[in-house]
Ligand binder design. Sequence first.
Ligand code: ZN
Length: 290
Amino acid sequence: MTTPTIVGHHDALFRLSLSGDWDDFLKGSEDGQVDLQRAREANVSASFFACWPESTDDGDEAYPSAIEVEDAVTSTRAMVEILLDLESASEGSLQIVRSLDGLRECLSGDCHGAVLHFEGAEALGENLEYLDSWYEQGLRSLGIVWSRPNAFGHGVPFLFPSTPDTGPGLTSRGLELVKACNSLGIMLDVSHLNEAGFWDLEALTDAPIVATHSNAHALCPASRNLTDDQLRAIAESGGLVGINFSCSDLRSDGEEDPDTSMGLVLEQFDYVAGLIGVDHVALGTDLDGA
Ligand code: ZN
């Protein structure tokens, strides 16, 4: 018997939006790191499809500037359309998951469940004017920020070594967003959120907290990784930490070196499971994103 697996974060939609060859995702190809064929071979029955509106700022690599809502809406719409096209061209082998029953169906059947995730809430509009419409289209998981500021909070800059405590917490709009996601049933992802924002979210949310792609700071002191206190708080909420395969978030020297042992991934699993229990550790990966 095989156990169905869920991958907690990948950026295939961004890759496909750049290449334009989105049907490669269904047929399988040498490009990228994730497609439907390889998911099937690896017994991955569902995954979180991130929509990441690209930062155009090349001034500060560690902390790009905020992006315009209009630009975020345009690029997010393009990525969501790719997912909708994939779903209809797949003849049932890929389904956008909108409910727990829908997810269970994919885990026990042949279709791959796609959970729509936004990495940064810019496309919701500063007054959440587009939230309901994105929800209807399938949005079920949200990172309030990527590593840049927006109307809702402040992402954590890409620093090494650094604690995740790099700036102010959620704005009043960010707090409203937490409540709105709780009431709609949209999962909140704390990867890329700075520590002050993390604790603001933790104090307010009534749902399990999830880090879709973050590692233990104790093993790799990157600003993107989570302190032991944050890991414990996630477990106490009933949430999950998805281990990230990004080399610079695994290596103790923080280098972006592809010649990195998979053993470091296993060490992350061991460490987080040892600290907060195996029920709170998951596969994040960040395939196609790192
Ligand atoms: Zn990310």
